[in-house]
Write a protein that binds this ligand. Structure first.
Ligand SMILES: [Zn+2]
Ligand SMILES: [Zn+2]
Ligand SMILES: [Zn+2]
Length: 168
């Protein structure tokens, strides 16, 4: 089982403002679940620099191990949150964060299905509710074979929109 994260140290890459956050501060952002290395990336997009209001941070755990560096690493294709660096070290080809893997998100969504258009890459309903995951994907309606855009928060969110393939 993933251990709870006691403290993280964050530094704003825009203005250099630095601080630390404890488990109690972090848990607020994930609806009072315990924050571990498996879900800490869900917290990161909610952090805003108190000094300059930017959202890019270099983040280390209490043992000074770098978790997130905006200049390295990549974002999860399921939730668009940064994948923490220790995960990328173990599995450099990861396209999904641990949180999305645990949630059962398909790892090869992209190869099978078209991408939603850029202006619909986040679920509008989840964005409004500030849900932690708001990425969208394209799937086929099993009843009539039409394509639709769905929300990665499904089944918690059942937002959908029709998808029309671009004419190529
Ligand atoms: Zn700042
Ligand atoms: Zn993810
Ligand atoms: Zn949604």
């Amino acid at each position: 089982m993933a251990r709870a994260v006691e403290t993280i140290n964050i530094q704003c890459t825009s203005c250099g403002h630095a601080g630390s956050l404890r488990q109690a501060d972090l848990a607020v952002a994930v609806e009072d679940e315990v924050v571990t290395l498996a879900n800490i990336n869900q917290v990161i997009p909610k952090l805003v620099c108190k000094s300059c209001r930017q959202k890019l941070f270099r983040i280390e755990d209490g043992a000074a191990r770098c978790l997130v560096d905006p200049e390295h690493g990549r974002r999860c294709e399921g939730c668009d949150c940064p994948i923490i660096l220790p995960r990328l070290e173990v599995a450099p080809d990861s396209r999904l964060c641990q949180f999305c893997v645990d949630a059962g998100t398909e790892p090869d969504v992209e190869s099978e299905w078209p991408r939603p258009p850029a202006d619909m890459s986040r679920c509008p309903r989840c964005l409004e509710r500030h849900a932690e995951k708001s990425a969208t994907f394209v799937r086929e309606n099993s009843k009539n074979g039409s394509l639709f855009i769905g929300c990665s928060n499904f089944p918690r969110c059942n937002w959908t929109a029709p998808f029309s393939p671009p004419n190529t």
